[in-house]
Design a protein around this ligand. Sequence first.
Ligand SMILES: Cc1cc2nc3c(=O)[nH]c(=O)nc-3n(C[C@H](O)[C@H](O)[C@H](O)COP(=O)(O)O)c2cc1C
Length: 369
Amino acid sequence: MKNTAQPLLEEYQIGNLKLKNRVIMSSLTRGRATNEGLVPTPLMAAYYAQRASAGLILSEGTWVNPRSIGFINVPGIYTPEQIEGWKLVTQAVHDKGGLIFSQLGHIGAASHPDFFGGELPAGPSAINPQTQSFTPEGFKDTVTPRMLTVAEIKQTILDYKQAAKNAKEAGFDGIEVHAQAGMLIPQFLSLATNKRSDEYGGSVENRARIVFEILDAIIEVWDSTRVAIKFTPVLFSHVGIVTPDEETIPLFQYILKKLSDYNLAYLHIVGPAEDLTGTPVEVLQDDYFSHFRYHYSGTLMANLGFTQGSGNAILKDGKADLVSFGTPFIANPDLVKRFMYNLPLAESNRDTYYSGESGYTDYPEAVIA
Ligand SMILES: Cc1cc2nc3c(=O)[nH]c(=O)nc-3n(C[C@H](O)[C@H](O)[C@H](O)COP(=O)(O)O)c2cc1C
């Protein structure tokens, strides 16, 4: 039976952009830009178009420059060919009545010399993030990177700006800055990987500086209501030493307060995947998203492990405005329809998450009996 009376299926207005529902497809790296130039392909356009019924699609994390690469077959948005490839994607999504933001990312210290002809990757400090990089030869341990100079940091910010310009040319509807764990931005935020003594290290304000400089640069290209940012403040697994520390809480309070003045499209927050008891962010354990609601005054998008039930509940309780779904969109291109008709969800195959001929565009839509 069709059930349209669900908070997830209500429209939502962001600036002059009308989202047809609140079921957002969060970014999913799928490793299908299998060509030398890391150019988006027609197959990728078909994949995104299949998911155009989402209220908004967030593209997979996309490299802002060649030095930001650190995972195989992930597309970039810094060459004319890549811009042309993305045009196929945005056109295909728009033709199906969908909206799509470009997620801009930089992996920083968590890359590997294999991506740079043997040269070291660079990060905030010469400290090994102790994670793994998915290289052309498989997963490899990260190494001790080179420390970025201030001039290189400024150039990286300009590269974000250029990538944002390129995304506009490619027909995207907006930008989401990828500040999830494992990427360059959280490496700057973390006490473990940022030991700088200049204006990008030390105090909370200095470590957070790059966040605002990147946003300021992008807002020169896009209206702020088309710019968003995604954080994972509570991730402990698979991210090496970039995990919450004793300054995570004051750091985020500072960031959220300052972001509240930015009039962004939304703030995207990933929830905890594990029990926070006994961690430096234990205070977030209860009623997690309410903490962000309290400190941030704009549109809040909640993520991690949501179902139709919990997604509707958090919206109904007013603790978030939008809910994003990652894994469920892999095997359910028609996730919105499945929610609308209370249909069961298909399970995705992890073996094909990042590569393979199958497990990408071949998940079928549900049949309504
Ligand atoms: C295969 C895969 C690839 C992902 N790639 C990205 C990415 O490129 N950028 C990003 O911000 N998050 C990425 N994520 C995280 C998801 O966007 C999402 O935050 C996470 O899966 C939790 O949501 P879920 O419980 O609905 O899956 C990825 C997750 C998966 C499973």
